[in-house]
Design a protein around this ligand. Structure first.
Ligand code: COA
Length: 148
């Protein structure tokens, strides 16, 4: 399994993976966001990494940004795991770990000394996986919004 930066040619397959992780977004929205990313016009993510096997199949991806503020962090330039997904059939085999390790290396290369992430409060698998990868709990918050 190779972890490498996403390329425009990955677009269609990445749309499918993104939609599996974030099903609330329509296929067209994901396609539009990826097109903006590959055109260099997206504010975030700053990087997308994919896990690819020798036959060219994509088994997962992660999206990365740098946040000026992240819960529990001390620095104002925090490498951040914005999205993290491994295809169901490939889980439990180290692909997620490899994606995060590559994400951390990317963040270090960007000059970051901290790495942050988050998970839905009821996503127990993600919470356990984060802990297994060395993340410590940085707090639990409720989010709110209203139209202005
Ligand atoms: C979270 C996710 C990316 C992990 O990918 P993965 O390839 O299964 O992860 P790995 O096999 O590399 O496991 C990484 C660590 O997490 C732990 N882990 C993985 N799945 C777990 C589970 N179901 N229960 C408990 N711990 C688990 C492993 O024990 C492993 O630690 P170890 O190497 O010390 O054994 C994957 O489960 C997934 O895509 N889930 C759905 C999308 C999602 O929730 N993404 C996170 C959003 S915040």
């Amino acid at each position: 399994m190779q972890i490498r930066p996403a390329r425009p040619v990955d677009g269609d397959r990445l749309v499918t993976l993104r939609h599996a992780l974030w099903p609330d977004g329509a296929i067209e929205e994901h396609a539009g966001e990826l097109a903006a990313f590959f055109d260099g016009e997206a504010r975030e993510p700053l990087e997308i990494l994919v896990a690819e096997s020798a036959d060219g199949t994509l088994h997962g991806f992660c999206e990365l940004s740098i946040r000026a503020y992240a819960e529990g962090c001390r620095t104002d330039r925090v490498g951040y795991l914005e999205g993290w997904y491994v295809c169901p059939a490939d889980r439990g085999g180290g692909v997620g770990r490899a994606l995060v390790a590559a994400g951390e290396a990317w963040a270090r290369h960007q000059g970051c000394t901290e790495f942050g992430s988050d998970a839905e409060a009821d996503n127990q698998v993600s919470i356990e996986a984060h802990r297994a990868l060395g993340f410590s709990d940085a707090g639990l918050i409720r989010c709110f919004r209203k139209d202005l």
